[in-house]
Ligand binder design. Sequence first.
Ligand SMILES: [Zn+2]
Length: 408
Amino acid sequence: MTIFSSREARKAVEHALPETISFLQELVRVPSLLGNEEPAQALVEQRLRDLGFDVRSLVPDEAELAENPNSGIPLLSYEARRCLVGTLGRGSGKSLLLNGHVDVVSEEPADRWTKPPYGAAIEDGRLYGRGACDMKGGIAAMLLAVEAALSAGELPGPLVYQSVIEEECGGNGALAACLAGPLADGVVIGEPTNGSMDLVAPGVIWARITLEGSSRHASHADEGSNPIETAFAVTAALHGLEASLNEKPEPEFAGVERPYLLNVGALHSGDWPSMTPGRAELDVRLGFPIRMDPGEAQSLLAAAVGRAEGSAKVEFRGFRARGYAFESDTPLVRLLADCHEEVRGSALVAEPARATTDLRFFEPGQAVCYGPTGEGLHGVDEWVDLESIAETAAVLALLIRRWGDGHL
Ligand SMILES: [Zn+2]
């Protein structure tokens, strides 16, 4: 069997790159926010079918997910919302699974963007837009890799492609796709990794904290609590919990400052300067150690809130994600590192992240996050570097063929 070379991979990638960039622009132009993922799924489905995948639609089953301790806590019904599972090839070699999420987070504050958030403008080799980097650029790179790998003939091993929803709010799309199968001998998620790879992430939970107060005229402001001000006390208590979690970070996070972060993501309360608000809702996210169970993290969070304000109501929703640490010394990661070095001329290093991904659903196994380069994820002026999409695709094209071929 002849070995697919990096030159061949790069050539095949260059050939298909213009169409891939058009596909990415179309994908970025659909605002696939929570509950509105379908237009993006339709685009990915068409691209999968064009590549020859058999594509199955999968609506996450809320009852089945609720029984699974690794599930997120849904914010929304799954009615008319689907994941896709594509399968390609009948080769007898090792199988590989590629996974990408089509959901994106809010573009707010939209008026601070210098390019339209869903415009997919290209400037100086960068494509701008919400989701361009996280992770529609990775989706484009993975599918371009498949196209380049196919240019050398039928694939040596079966390929599975999961196009999932809700990576950004609990991971139930990926979990549903994994429960439905098929799975594979190796897994790559094309999340942006900026020239390195991700194998490690902390646990993550979300909570909504509701604070009630007596709604009253500002002339009685001093006669009781103010939920907005109580929210600050609660936030301070949660930062205390964050500090205690970060006292002794786990060895997997060596070199990372404060791996377990609290984020106050939303505070909804009040509407009038001369009125003490009757309620405040505080939405927070907490990172926590890999070895801590999400249930324990939830208890710690609830206890910290309770110490600051005994009457606060704490609801858990969205993320209930355990942390993960995947092996770097596996045949998959070694092969990825070889392909990376061959195409990009530098060693592939692992960078532990302070955010989670859907990778946790593939444990135990051989799995890695590896994708393009960009900036502005979950912020303004998000962009992805187009050359990094081509390089990622060339690396993954080599990986797809050699993994299936068993060249280790
Ligand atoms: Zn992502």
